[in-house]
Design a protein around this ligand. Structure first.
Ligand code: 17E
Ligand code: FE2
Length: 420
């Protein structure tokens, strides 16, 4: 396969890119736009659009996707009511129900250029039905999409009956990542202990870590410092992620300044879910009302790895969501006030390269000779244009094969505003 007339991120020229044996081959600079050769089978004309590494969804709850309103709606819009509503849906889970919703949601993500997903799967369920189903799906779908499974103790490790045993069983069954939820544990002491347990489990089973950490507006919720210091002491920061960290929005600036030193040293990654957090947080405020989104811009400027995610699609926590990471990015840039030229010009990293680092897949990710031929074609010449236009992903190539393609939307009649 040959792709011609492609732009690449952070480059001003046009390129043609060879794909052989499911890998990227030679990448050659072109002097100008070239016509598509006649009778050229297996040549794709990018028409000056941006060829980019695939989008990654680094934080989603596929087990709960498409269950909003079943059996009841979240009326308050708080995280804690979402957990209550989900606890009512959990006993109704069956393998068939989970598979059907997961496949529809994965399809939606793939249609929007996603090729790798980290999903949290609730382990506070004595049957572990969802966890087992996702481990099977990970194998069945492995040629189509990369799935990472987090053993996520939604109702606590130490505060849920048998919670420690269940999360460990999930790791024995095959979860890739150890999760946690310290702000939901009954006490500060239990929350801290749970962070130590999570790191110990990750070492024992040689797994990654991704904790729902301080997802609350409480400025005194400081489990992030425990997670980061445990990661630092165990020398495994590059394998640890802190998700949400919304309490950081409310931390005192002096404390944050001290905290950032540890965060940077520890080398842990961050995931922010800006649409979800702006919806779930700030719910106990009147006015002025906090945004409740972690300090994405400041983390990024400090050289700490941070990426953006959707979190939910039509579930007890969030009633919208369409699989479009460009929408999450657009919202995130607004909410985090990352609207300067420099911010927007490199913002696709927040849903591509930075997410690959979070998932630990960066070695086999990106458009470079010898790497797996996975990429997407985006409407626009560079990050700035792609983000401003917000158009659908045009093409998705995985292991050198086109897995999704759509026609660009075309205006058929132009409204005549000005007389000819
Ligand atoms: N569970 C949780 O603890 N936090 C969330 N944001 C979601 C589920 C979606
Ligand atoms: Fe989450």
């Amino acid at each position: 396969m040959l792709i011609i007339n492609a732009r690449l991120r952070n480059e001003s020229s046009l390129y043609q890119i060879e794909i052989t044996n499911q890998k990227f081959g030679t990448i050659t600079e072109q002097a100008s736009l070239q016509p598509l050769p006649e009778h050229a089978a297996d040549v794709i004309d990018a028409r000056g659009n941006l060829l980019c590494a695939p989008f990654i969804e680094p934080h989603i709850h596929l087990d709960a996707a498409l269950t909003a309103g079943e059996p009841a709606w979240n009326q308050s819009g708080t995280l804690f009511e979402g957990i209550e509503r989900w606890a009512e849906r959990k006993p109704m889970l069956t393998e068939a129900d989970i598979r059907s919703r997961a496949l529809r949601t994965i399809q939606l993500l793939m249609e929007n250029g996603v090729q790798a997903i980290r999903t949290h799967v609730d382990t506070t369920d004595p049957t572990l039905t969802a966890l087992k189903t996702f481990c099977a799906l990970r194998e069945e779908l492995k040629d189509k999409i990369e799935l990472q499974i987090v053993a996520f103790p939604q109702e606590g490790i130490l505060s849920y009956p048998n919670g420690s045993r269940l999360i460990e069983e999930a790791l024995e069954i095959g979860a890739d990542v150890v999760g946690g939820i310290p702000h939901f544990e009954y006490t500060r002491a239990l929350g801290e202990q749970s962070m130590k347990d999570v790191i110990a489990l990750a070492r024992k089973y040689d797994r990654l870590v991704d904790v729902h950490c301080d997802e609350i507006d409480d400025p005194n919720s400081r489990f992030l410092e425990v997670l980061a210091s445990e990661a630092l002491f165990a020398d495994m920061g590059h394998r640890v992620t802190a998700s949400h960290t919304t309490a950081m929005h409310s931390y005192d600036n002096a404390y944050c300044s001290k905290l950032f030193r540890l965060l940077k040293k520890s080398g842990i990654s961050f995931v922010s879910c800006p649409t979800e957090s702006i919806h779930l947080q700030g719910r106990f405020d009147t006015f002025p009302k906090r945004r409740g989104v972690t300090r994405v811009k400041e983390l990024n400027n400090a050289g700490i790895n941070v990426c953006l995610a959707q979190d939910s699609i039509f579930d007890p926590w969030y009633s919208l969501g369409n699989g479009k990471l460009l929408r999450v990015l657009d919202a995130g840039l607004h909410i985090c006030q990352m609207m300067g030229y420099q911010d927007i010009s490199k913002a696709l990293s927040l849903i591509t390269d930075n997410s690959a680092i979070t998932l630990g897949i960066q070695e086999r990710y990106g458009i470079a000779t010898g790497k797996p031929a996975n990429c997407i074609l985006l409407s626009g010449a560079d990050d700035y244009e792609v983000i401003r236009r917000q158009e659908d992903v045009l093409l998705s190539i995985r292991a050198g094969k086109v897995i999704m393609e759509r026609k660009p939307t075309e205006l058929l009649t132009r409204p005549a505003i000005f007389p000819a």
